[in-house]
Write a protein that binds this ligand. Structure first.
Ligand code: CA
Length: 386
């Protein structure tokens, strides 16, 4: 089997009501997909090549990939990595482009073997992965009624935990918001907060001390994502777990955070860290350092499926008789904000039941991407052939 064509797509879907986070407002959902086509008719889908990353797939990777055996994931991963290595572009969008291709190659290899990606990875420690609801963003006129109703809805749906944003308001207003959320959901559901890098260490500590009264499970990206000393300062000062790593690429960028225990929870993103191949490497490294892995997920069913397959093989941290979601079991982010891409791209969107999502068992990623939806939402596309 040989790779005969590569297509990239940028998908966009405008939203009726924008929602905010500490770094901006989201009024359009978007993602970048790669479709790898083989001479035997097997087709694989990957995700992560939004914006300029799609150009890297076409210009830097396509010449390396066309004509090659797509089942050689490790070999092709290494070729793509080396193509970017000396220019330093394995970081940022280069890592995202590599991730997208890697996911598509695993999808193809699984289909060719008649095995799911997790089976190709060696089987599964768990057939379903615990998840938490990501939502509770800022919206105009939300507080308190609409925000608290959203939180109660997640409890009613059976979620065991949820995450809200901080860093978008004056400190006292964020504290009031989190306090009201804790009051609305009661004491039995995990609640975490995410600043998306909005604070310096002193401010993050000040906020974290105030939030400690509301039983916060983790404080995510409290400071600049690459400021390891700020992470260490925050982590030493606060009682809740500190989480980060969603923007880091490759095991090299995780290395010091793990070795210095700069966060308690690592959140690699399969569509950016370097795909399924590299996510597993990072997860195994984190496990050896006693760092919990709760994967970051923010886009289409392609990366949700890829994440589920990797999460299925991550060992508990550490082993226990009955490893618990959030405490030892890898627990996946499950975005519940408005996203037509997430809900429409596959014929059946992923659903959580009782706080878990089942790992797909069909060949490859185990999902069925609807090409008509891809075509409808695509605002840019390219095709590369030999
Ligand atoms: Ca986050």
């Amino acid at each position: 089997m040989r790779i005969s064509a590569i297509e990239t797509y940028i998908l966009q879907s405008p939203l009726e009501r924008p929602f905010g986070w500490s770094q901006g407002w989201i009024d359009t959902r978007s993602t970048g997909l790669v479709k790898i086509i083989t001479d035997e008719g097997v087709v694989g889908w990957g995700e992560g090549c939004d914006g300029a990353a799609a150009t890297i797939v076409g210009r830097a990777f396509a010449p390396l990939l066309l004509g090659q055996d797509p089942t050689n994931r490790v070999g092709l991963w290494h070729k793509m990595f080396c193509q970017l290595y000396n220019s330093g572009t394995t970081s940022g969008i280069g890592g995202s482009a590599l991730s997208a291709v890697d996911i598509a190659l695993w999808d193809i290899a699984g289909q060719a073997a008649g095995l799911s990606v997790s089976d190709l990875l060696g089987g599964r420690i768990r057939d379903r992965v615990p998840v938490y609801a990501t939502g509770l963003y800022y919206t105009d006129g939300e507080f308190p009624d609409r925000l608290l109703q959203e939180a109660r809805t997640y409890v009613e749906m059976g979620f065991l935990g949820m995450k809200t944003k901080v860093g978008g308001l004056p400190l006292q207003k964020d504290v009031e918001r989190v306090a009201a959320l804790r009051d609305a959901i009661g004491p039995d559901v995990y609640l975490s907060v995410d600043a998306n890098q909005a604070y310096n260490a002193a401010t993050a500590i000040h906020l974290g001390e105030r939030l400690a009264d509301y039983d916060i499970l983790w404080f995510e990206e409290p400071v600049n994502a690459r400021d390891i000393d700020a992470y260490l300062q925050v982590k030493a000062a606060l009682p809740m777990a500190i989480a980060g790593g969603e923007v880091l690429r490759m095991r090299y960028e995780f290395k010091d955070f793990l070795a210095r225990r700069a966060f308690d929870i690592a959140q690699p993103d399969v569509a950016h860290v370097g795909g399924i191949t590299e996510m597993r490497r990072v997860a195994e490294m984190a496990n050896a350092f006693g760092v919990q892995v709760n994967p970051h997920v923010w886009a289409s069913p392609i990366m949700i499926a890829a994440t589920l397959h990797v999460a299925a093989v991550i060992p508990p941290c550490p082993p226990a008789r009955d490893p618990q979601p959030f405490l030892q079991e890898p627990t996946m982010e499950f975005d519940r904000t408005p996203s037509p891409i997430r809900e429409e791209l596959c014929r059946r969107p992923f659903e959580q039941i009782g706080g878990y999502v089942t790992v797909p068992t069909g060949p490859g990623l185990g999902i069925e991407v609807d090409q008509r939806v891809v075509d409808r939402l695509a605002v840019a596309r390219e095709r590369y052939t030999e």
